[in-house]
Design a protein around this ligand. Structure first.
Ligand SMILES: C[S@@+](CC[C@H](N)C(=O)[O-])C[C@H]1O[C@@H](n2cnc3c(N)ncnc32)[C@H](O)[C@@H]1O
Length: 449
């Protein structure tokens, strides 16, 4: 780290937002770089945002100043593993039908229920209703709930969720005096504002008490080879969450410019062998291109040296390539960033937004956007406003009621209740391997703006 002593605070913060491989590359050549707008390989969004304005750099400085003086690399790895006891019985009750191969197990179910349990929840939006596991648990935990929205862009999830929520409403498990109104909607969560205002225009002013985003794929999607998400099952190169969308993985691999194919492997897959894969993919076009997930898996298997990542190393590479394609097909990162701002706008005073992410690119966007949201102050020119908007890390004084809140970051417009993301307990990881990369972050809007 000797060289890094000449790197500015803002750059250090930027480094903390890069994956370790990018950071290493940057640090090795740091002395030859002069500004934040260098040509480093990382998500386009994040690069643009980091170099956009002095205002953003100023915010970055505040965070680093407040952070510990420990190594930035160590800081990024630290996280808070959930200490909540796993309630297997509750999980069994909310497992969804994930298709032939395996059920869909809701991730960090108890932790998500806890996020919304301290205050009355009169209105709630599940942006990613999936098999309705989290939604069912929330509905049953809140007899006071009056208005529920479940959104999903995938028609299979939408049908399953609708049937499941109807069954709760009509079954014995719903509170007998409940006058809950439910709306299950087949739409991308980027349209949350229009969805709420179509039901009641006033909702955009009053806001909702809770919003959940459980990102990633459901078991229904992964387990169906015809959707094209699975590395090991053979099927068409589709990967659309929304089957009405026009772009498929096949289109990217067979017709996008080679530099764009390389860019998504590098930025969205964080794949170090991207250049060689890009060349091999483009060469297949001379022989008719790639049309099935099996063909892509074969290409990666043949392109991955046996020594790389162990005997099954090619599966790790394939997982990164599939992730890159899926992110590009569904425009996941831009959609997430824009939607986090929209969701926060839709919260009532004191309302909470909880987000579960499944890979570092998503989590970085959630972390950065939450910081940006709580610190943004429309009246930036005013000195008093600037002082108020300074981010402050504070301990949770309400630890007895909400022990899951360890350390918060207080800002002008709200508080981040999870200074470090909550990750699944070891018990949960043993029960459900799919949850192992999950990270839960929660933001709360101020009581009065
Ligand atoms: C991990 S699953 C959610 C599972 C759900 N929480 C449960 O307990 O059953 C993620 C869901 O989000 C949906 N999804 C992903 N991106 C979306 C978007 N932009 N808008 C709406 N739904 C989306 C997927 O189709 C999938 O059904």
């Amino acid at each position: 780290m000797a060289k890094s002593s000449c790197i500015s605070t803002a750059k250090l913060f930027f480094l903390s937002s890069l994956s370790s491989s990018f950071r290493l590359r940057y640090l090795t050549t740091a002395t030859t770089r002069t500004s934040l707008s260098f040509t480093i390989t990382c998500s386009r969004n994040i690069t643009t945002r980091a170099s956009k304005s002095n205002k953003k750099k100023q915010k970055a400085k505040v965070v680093v100043t407040a952070a510990s003086k420990n190594s930035v690399a160590v800081k990024e790895k630290r996280r808070t593993r959930s200490d909540k006891a796993l309630d297997e019985h509750a999980i069994q009750s909310y497992v969804g039908d994930g298709g032939a191969a395996a059920p869909h197990i809701p991730v960090m179910l108890g932790e998500v229920v806890d996020v919304f349990s301290s205050k009355p929840l009169r209105s709630f939006v599940d942006c990613t209703v999936g098999a309705a596991g989290h939604s069912s648990a929330i509905i049953q935990a809140h007899p006071e709930l009056k208005l529920y929205f479940g959104m999903d862009v995938d028609p299979v999830a939408y049908e399953k969720a609708r049937a499941r929520i109807d069954a709760i409403l009509n079954g014995d498990s719903c509170h007998p005096t409940s006058d809950l109104k439910t709306h299950t909607i087949l739409k991308n969560f980027r349209h949350i504002k229009s969805v709420l205002s179509e039901v009641d225009k006033k909702l955009l002013d009053t806001g909702v008490d809770g919003i959940l985003m459980d990102l990633g794929m459901s078991s229904m999607q992964v387990n169906d080879p015809q959707r094209g998400f699975s590395v090991l099952g053979n099927g068409p190169l589709d990967m659309r969450m929304d089957p009405q969308a026009s772009l498929r993985a096949e289109d990217i691999l067979n017709s996008w410019p080679d530099t764009e194919v390389g860019r998504i492997l590098r930025e969205y897959g964080e794949e170090s062998n991207w250049r060689s894969l890009q060349n091999k993919i483009v060469k297949t076009r001379l022989r008719g291109g790639l049309h099935t997930t099996g063909e892509v898996a074969d290409l990666i298997r043949n392109a991955t040296p046996g020594t790389r990542g162990g005997r099954q190393g090619w599966i790790k590479t394939a997982t990164r390539v599939f992730q890159a394609l899926r992110i590009a097909v569904n425009d996941e990162l831009k959609t997430l960033e824009d939607s986090l701002y929209s969701c926060f706008d839709c919260l009532a005073p004191g309302g909470r937004l909880a987000v579960i992410s499944f890979h570092s690119l998503e989590d970085r966007i959630v972390k950065q956007t939450f910081l940006d949201i709580i610190n943004s102050n429309e009246d930036d020119g005013d000195e008093e406003g600037r002082q108020r908007s300074e981010l402050r890390k504070i301990r949770n004084d309400n630890g007895e009621n909400e022990p899951w809140i360890k350390q918060m970051i207080q800002g002008y417009r709200g508080a981040i209740l999870t200074k470090r993301p909550i990750t699944p307990s070891e018990e949960e990881e043993r029960l459900n391997r799919r949850c192992r990369s999950a990270k839960l972050r929660v933001i709360q809007k101020v009581e009065t703006e």
